[in-house]
Every structure is written in C-alpha cells, then in structure tokens.
Design a protein around this ligand. Structure first.
Ligand code: UD1
Ligand code: CA
Length: 521
C-alpha cells in the first residue's frame, strides 16, 4: 500500500464511493485495469488508501467487470472495504445509485471518486471536502483546466461563479466544447442532494446512460449551491485507460518518489533508470546507482549503496552495506555487508553484518552469520552458517535428493575448501575444516579436518609414452631438459625441486584445500 502521512485533521465523511465497474477495454488485458500497477501498487489501492485517510464511515467499491479479480484483490489489500455489484454498466449515475441503495438512511457527505486515478492524493480529497464545507455547498466537484479537454465533461458556470451544470463532450455544442475546465469525476455530495438528484436523472442523452453529472444541474436548478474546486496538479485528475498512459503515469509517479527521496538525502545517480516503489523506505546518504529497482517492502539503511543493475524485492538492507549487480527477494542483508557483483538472493536469505555473498553466488533459505563469507561461485541452499565461516569458491550445498530438501549447518569460523559438496543433511562443527574438493556426507565435529577425495597418484613419463610427438610431450621434454641442465650447472636446488615437491602433495596438505579467499587476521 502506498504510504500517506497520517492526518488527524482530515475530515470524516459518511461514505466514499469508488467507481470501478467499467470494462477498461483499451487496456486489452485479461486482468482488471484496476489491478495494473503504478509504482508497485494497484491503481485501485491508491483510491482505497486516499478514501481510507478521509476516515469515512463506509468505503464502498462499485464492481462489475472482472469483479472476481477486483474483489479478491480488495480482500487482500483492504478487508475493511465493502463492494457492491453493478451488474450492468448503465452509467456513472446508475453506479452511484447502486452504492447508495446499500444505505437506507445515509446522512452527511458522500465522496465519489474513481478506481483508476492513482495520482489523486488524500490531501486533495481532504481539501475538496474542506472547500465544500467552507462554501456550504450541496455539491462540490473537483475540476482541472487542461489544454485538450476532448472527451471530458465541461464545467458550465453561472454568472456568479457557481456551477450551473456539467455537459458531456458528446452532448456539448461548439461553444461548450471550447470550455477547458473539465470534470475530474470526483465530487462531494450532501447525501440528501445526491439521493434526490439520482431519483430525477434520465438516460436522455447521446450515450443513453444515467449521468452522475446531471445531478449537479438538477441541484443547481433546485437552487442549491454547487461549487467547483480546481486542482492545479493535472496529474491528480488523470485516469489511466491504456498501457501508454499507464507507462506515462508510472514514470511520473516514480519521478515524484525519487524527488522526495533526493530531498530527503538520497543520491540518485540516474533518475531515468532508477525505479523505487511507493512502499520502499530509504535512509539518509543512501546511494542508488543506475539500473536499480527497489520494490515492495524493501528498505535500505543509512549510507548503503545499491546498484548498478540491481533489483531488490522485499529486501531489508542494513546501513553501510553494498549491493552490486544483484537480484534479491525476501532477504535481509546486514550492516556493512557486501553482496555481488552477480549475486542471486532467493527468499529466506539473511546475511549477517560484515558478511559477504560474492560473485556468482546463489543463496536460498540460507542464514549467514556475522562476518561469514561465500565470496565466489557457490550455491548455498537450506543452510545455517555461523559467524566468521568461510565458504570457498565453488562450494555446493546439495540440499535436494530429488525428493526432499535437507539442511546443512556450518559452525563458527569453520573453513569449507573450494569445490566441496556438502550433501545435506550434514553438520560441520565450529572451527572445522573441509579439504578442497571433498564430498561431505557425514558430520564433521568441531576442530576436525574432513578429507574426502581420491588420493593423488603421479605417473612419471606417462605423456612421453602415451602422447608421443604432441606439443604436450615436447613441452614436458623441454622442462625435463631444463631441470637436468639446472642440476648439471649446480643451479639452486630449491627452485628446481619445487615442481617435484608438488607432485607428492598428501591429502592432508592444506595448501590444496585453501580457498583463494584467505582470512586475514
Ligand atoms: C466521466 C464523466 C465526465 C468526466 C470523466 C472524467 C459522467 C457522465 N461523465 O466520463 O464528466 O469528465 O468521467 O474521467 O459521469 N463506471 C462505473 N459504472 C458505470 C459507468 C462508469 O462503475 O456504469 C466507472 C468506470 O469504471 C470509471 C468511471 O466510472 O472508473 C468513469 O466512467 P467512464 O465511462 O470512464 O466515464 P467518462 O465517460 O469518461
Ligand atoms: Ca474515463
């Protein structure tokens, strides 16, 4: 849900009616138009949030087309909201009538708004209600002055500046079409005026619909005060009818969100390629690098740097952390931790402070303690890794036997050598070592070294015999010649012998187990 400041001073009205029964044909979507998103939230959620902050006694959404989808969505995001079905869309007047039929004797103010005007703020709605009260009006309509009023209802004023009525574009004459003040479709009505007006209107117009707008003319003729409240920010009254408008409005909403964060002390290097959902929270001195998308309930702590090219969905990033070229969801990244480049954090990943999930590392349901590191090329799934443990390059947590998933624990300050496979379920104790290239299928107790791999055997002269006359054979022969020359000339024996010594590495020689990422004290 988008966030709005709590406004104790905002007015309390009897009901807010949100019209949302229309077809939204131009979206060309199997999904209800109202469920399409702006800055990560359904269009409808904005209307519901704005309505809720008016502290209305009732919030009613009039549903029709794809109503199952709309009702299911509302049940999820706003269970306090009720819906009423307008089975056949016979016009905006009819839609409000259907809603009003729910309340036999409603008194007070009724706000009518649309489900598809996501930029309308609760502040504007509150101002509209305040203006309505100040004017002691029976109806107040939210209007805007636009360059191209084509398609909109036009506001016709009386000589004293009150509203005489609204003429729909299709019913307007040439002179009326020149009017640039348009009806946003958002109003406050005195309940009684609304009820009386709705009883009066007829579908005698070019579209054969019951126009809610005709209620304004009827009230005017009956001598009631109908006023207009003009909003300067044209985006606030703009609806979304197709995906071109959807993209435009999404970009504008994002621009405004980024402006707000920049003013609050966030550096956005490239606002054009940075997307931040309305629900995201950012700390002071956060830096967002190009290509960053922060979504859902993501929060970023003070001084953290995100990006470039990073998408985080529902991720909590601690202060001072860096997250580079990463895709993450439902994860927690600790303070001063480092993630990426090219990391994939799947749900349930938590990385402790100063921890590291490095290059080409995938994690899932994995807890890494403070200072724990998986710096290179690893899959860490269903794992609990204690503080300071080091997961070498290419280590795989084999958590799935084809039928079930099992988990692995790795103790504090333990060291899992490169290219090892930990076959779950298995436990590595605190301060234990696993030699590089091991396949671990049994527990390793604290302080033990586990080695599980074939003993190395070197066969001298194999290449000369089995691959004669190859480049390899010639290279080997040249190297062996050099060695005998060295021996003959009494060259330093240590240097010459070094390659030989490597051939007799034993299983217990940890120089082979060591991962390149050595812990420096
Ligand atoms: C309406 C206004 C017009 C205003 C414009 C602003 C009327 C007669 N005209 O015109 O003055 O400038 O909005 O956008 O009110 N809806 C229902 N049930 C219905 C008909 C509509 O729920 O039977 C809902 C739609 O889903 C939509 C809203 O009401 O959210 C407006 O309907 P739409 O058909 O778009 O009205 P417009 O013709 O654009
Ligand atoms: Ca419309």
């Amino acid at each position: 849900m988008p966030e709005y400041a709590d406004e104790p001073s905002s007015p309390s009205v009897a009901a807010v009616v949100i019209l949302a029964a229309g077809e939204g044909k131009r979206m060309r979507s199997s999904r209800s138009k109202l469920l399409h998103e702006i800055a990560g939230h359904s269009m409808l959620s904005y209307a519901v949030t704005a309505a809720t902050t008016l502290r209305a006694e009732h919030v009613v959404v009039v549903v029709g087309h794809l109503r199952d989808q709309v009702e299911a969505h509302l049940a999820e995001i706003a269970p306090h909201v009720t819906t009423v079905v307008q089975a056949e869309q016979r016009g905006t007047g009819h839609a409000v009538q259907v809603a009003l039929d729910q309340f036999a004797d409603l008194t007070g103010e009724v706000v009518v708004t649309y489900g598809d005007v996501p930029m309308l703020t609760s502040d504007t709605l509150a101002d509209l209600v305040s203006e309505h009260r100040r004017q002691e009006a029976a109806i107040t309509v939210l209007t805007a002055r636009v360059e191209d009023p084509t398609g909109y209802g036009r506001i016709v004023h009386t000589e004293d500046g009150a509203v005489a009525g609204i003429v729909e574009h299709k019913d307007a004459d040439d002179a009326q079409r020149l009017i640039t003040e348009i009806n946003s479709g958002i109003y406050v009505f005195a309940a009684e005026t609304l009820r009386r007006g709705l009883a009066e209107i007829t579908p005698a117009n070019s579209q054969g619909e019951l126009y809610l707008t005709d209620v304004l003319g009827a009230a005017g003729r009956a001598g009631q005060r109908v006023s207009a409240y003009e909003v300067a920010d044209l985006w606030q009254t703009e609806g979304v009818n197709d995906r071109v408008q959807l993209a435009r409005m999404n970009a504008e909403m994002n621009r405004r969100i980024l402006l707000r964060w920049m003013r609050a002390g966030v550096t956005v290097v490239d606002p054009g390629s940075t997307w931040v959902h309305a629900s995201v929270d950012l700390g002071a001195d956060v830096t967002l690098l190009p290509g960053t998308s922060l979504e859902g309930a993501t929060s970023v702590g003070a001084g953290a740097t995100i990006g470039p090219d990073t998408t985080l969905v529902d991720v909590e990033v601690g202060p001072g952390a860096t997250v580079v070229r990463t895709h993450g969801s439902l994860s927690v990244i600790g303070a001063d931790a480092s993630v990426g480049p090219y990391a994939y954090l799947r749900p349930g990943t938590t990385l402790g402070e100063r921890g590291k999930i490095g290059t080409f590392v995938e994690t899932k349901n994995a807890q890494l303690g403070a200072g724990a590191k998986a710096p290179h090329l690893a899959y860490v799934g269903d794992a609990v890794i204690a503080d300071g443990a080091n997961i070498g390059a290419g280590v795989i947590f084999a958590n799935y036997d084809g039928q079930h998933k099992y988990s692995t624990t790795v103790g504090a300050y333990s060291f899992v050598g490169s290219d090892s496979v930990l076959v779950a379920p298995v436990q590595i104790g605190d301060g234990a070592y696993v030699a590089a290239g091991s396949t671990i299928t049994a527990d390793v107790a604290a302080g033990e070294l586990a080695v599980s791999r074939g003993r190395q055997r070197n066969i001298p002269g194999w290449v000369a015999r089995k691959r004669p006359d190859t480049r390899s054979a010639r290279a080997a022969a040249a190297a062996l010649d050099d060695r005998s020359v060295g021996e003959a000339t009494g060259q330093d024996q240590e240097t010459v012998a070094a390659p030989l010594r490597q051939q007799v590495v034993t299983e217990l020689d940890l120089s082979a187990a060591a991962s390149p990422e050595r812990e420096t004290p």
